[in-house]
Design a protein around this ligand. Structure first.
Ligand SMILES: [Zn+2]
Length: 76
């Protein structure tokens, strides 16, 4: 079984199906998930950053703990 994600700050457990699941924020470094933040522990800047990432990144999936995705920057 996969280890459940927990908020890096308050240790709240991430659960698929909770009402605010789309508001959680993951911090990725080189394809690795280094931090998880629940909606309460995010700064407004992190919230905006997550929205921008969601807009331009199409996640393909996680293989061996590494996330693979394509960043799509719209042409100017
Ligand atoms: Zn938290």
């Amino acid at each position: 079984m996969k280890k459940p994600y927990k908020c890096t700050v308050c240790r709240r457990r991430f659960r698929l199906g909770s009402h605010d699941v789309e508001l959680w924020n993951g911090e990725w470094k080189a394809g690795l998930l280094v931090a998880v933040l629940c909606p309460k522990c995010q700064t407004p800047e992190q919230d905006v950053e997550a929205q921008v990432n969601n807009m331009f990144t199409h996640y393909l999936g996680i293989v061996n703990g590494r996330a693979y995705g394509i960043t799509m920057i719209p042409a100017p």
